[in-house]
Design a protein around this ligand. Structure first.
Ligand SMILES: Cc1cc2nc3c(=O)[nH]c(=O)nc-3n(C[C@H](O)[C@H](O)[C@H](O)COP(=O)(O)OP(=O)(O)OC[C@H]3O[C@@H](n4cnc5c(N)ncnc54)[C@H](O)[C@@H]3O)c2cc1C
Length: 444
């Protein structure tokens, strides 16, 4: 009898972690199953993938790990990589009205001059208030704007939060759900040390090590990871998928797990399931553009700086080497300039040179001494589906892991909610997905 196949679309954290937990379940229960992971890119990792310069290897899009990211830390540990996590305090700042402000601890909040003193207290109270709330579902019925207005006042929203939401969600800023804000406030609080400073982790040598280790583990366990091999389409009648068509050929389908982004999965599914395809398209996304500069001197004082000026073309300056150990980056200075943009934004088509030229006046406005002589290397990375728009009532738009088709399952970052699309939450979702698939495949 043929061994049942499980085909997984995408070798980001969702796809590879689902494959890993499925393979472990198969081993433990001595059930037969052959896992195939299909990845269109030549390298695994998706949004958390890495690239190399002559000096270091680093994520294409900035990544850090929170202390409470347990599922990811457990996975790293099981793969023998726990010793590669480096924990360091990371200072956060923000540019308001073209002035830099340190915003790394509660004391910094009390010194935050753009707000009157009473509003600084209200800003701090917001985080404390969020931690008293246990039922996040009720928060999902109101916007973050409404919640902040109620708990901390209009001034706190206008001066601090609205510019941040605008940076991340653009014209959708006022529609962001209060449940999403709640999880941000609660989760970030959990990463602070006794002095109130945030301690964050990174994987020395980049997260690519995690993905390579997962690929190696799966292959050593008798499964398959097909890199550089896109899935072209899925076929079948209304009730189940019958085949998966890949660049390597078409294969009869037993179980298929969609771990690419939701709109990509909707495009792959057959027209016979048009209603379900529309369901998957309910969630909209913003794209992200990151310019990664290797500099011969430091740019800012902080690891993370939010840029809140409405007309700035980037919203985050993330200076990796103001947090990471200098030796891990050959003592170079690595800076990401990040922007969340709509699909039609011209920055999605620019190469690194064009993007640097486009950003140069804005960089020099914030750092007047900056010249192109600082720049030793530049790279740019674009992701079409980088951030789901977490609107009010988002919980009602999330597709279930088990789809209406008997043999199709979905595990993607857009299903992580109200918590943010942290890798660790992706690992936890993958673990849950593997359990559901095992039950569906082998019960009865
Ligand atoms: C700017 C930015 C910063 C972030 N910062 C952090 C952070 O600090 N900490 C943190 O924990 N998380 C962070 N994240 C979130 C984290 O990167 C994501 O949650 C996670 O990587 C999503 O993984 P995924 O596997 O669900 O999706 P992806 O990583 O998007 O993986 C999907 C994969 O599917 C592949 N694919 C698509 N279509 C096909 C097809 N037809 N055939 C085959 N393969 C296909 C894609 O190539 C891709 O590799 C950040 C994300 C962004 C965008």
């Amino acid at each position: 009898m043929r061994v049942p196949r499980i085909d997984i679309i995408g070798a980001g954290i969702s796809g590879l972690a689902t494959a890993y937990y499925l393979a472990r379940h198969l081993n433990q229960t001595e059930k037969k199953g052959e896992i195939h992971v299909w990845e269109k890119d030549g390298n695994p990792g998706g949004l958390a993938g890495t690239f190399s310069t002559q000096d270091f290897t680093v994520e294409k899009f900035y990544h850090h790990i929170f202390r409470r990211d347990r599922a990811l830390q457990e996975l790293l540990s099981e793969l023998g990589l726990a010793g590669e996590i480096v924990w360091r305090p990371a200072a956060t700042g923000a540019y308001y009205f073209q002035q830099p402000y340190k915003l790394a601890s509660p004391i910094d909040l009390l010194r935050f001059k753009p707000l009157p003193f009473v509003d600084r207290l209200r800003l701090g109270w917001l985080a404390l208030h969020a931690r008293t709330i246990k039922n996040w579902q009720s928060l999902d019925d109101i916007s973050a704007k409404e919640y902040i207005h109620k708990v901390a006042g209009a001034n706190v929203y206008r001066v601090v939060w609205q510019p941040l939401f605008h940076g991340k969600f653009g014209s959708y800023a006022d529609e962001v759900s209060a449940a999403w804000l709640w999880s941000k406030l609660v989760d970030r609080g959990g990463s602070r040390n006794a002095q109130g400073h945030e301690v964050l982790g990174y994987v020395r040598g980049g997260l690519g090590q995690l993905f390579q280790a997962l690929v190696k583990w799966l292959r050593n366990s008798g499964h398959y990871v097909h890199l550089g091999q896109a899935v072209r389409c899925l076929e079948g009648p209304e009730e189940r998928l019958t085949s998966i068509v890949t660049e390597e050929g078409a294969f009869a389908a037993d179980v298929i797990v969609g771990c690419a982004q939701l709109p990509e999965l909707a495009d792959l599914l057959p027209q016979t399931v048009e209603t379900y395809r529309q369901e998957l398209r309910k969630i909209n996304f913003l794209a992200n553009v990151c310019l990664v500069l290797t500099l011969n001197r430091s740019l800012s004082d902080f690891y993370w700086t939010n840029v809140t000026e409405g007309n700035a073309p980037f919203v985050g300056i993330i200076e990796q080497t103001n947090w990471a150990e200098p030796e891990d980056f050959n003592r170079k200075h690595v800076v990401y300039l990040s922007a969340y943009v709509n699909p039609a934004d011209p920055r999605l088509q620019m190469d690194a040179q064009q993007l640097l030229a486009y950003y140069l006046p804005s960089i020099q406005k914030l750092f007047p001494e900056f010249t192109l002589k600082y720049v030793e290397h530049n790279a740019t990375w674009q992701a079409a589906y980088a951030q789901p728009i977490v609107h009010v009532g988002y919980r009602h738009s999330i597709p279930a892991i088990a789809s209406p088709l008997a043999n199709f399952f979905v595990c993607t970052m857009a299903q992580i909610y109200p918590h943010d699309r942290q890798l660790s939450n992706g690992v936890a979702l993958a673990r849950q997905t593997a359990e559901i698939i095992m039950q569906c495949m082998f019960s009865g």
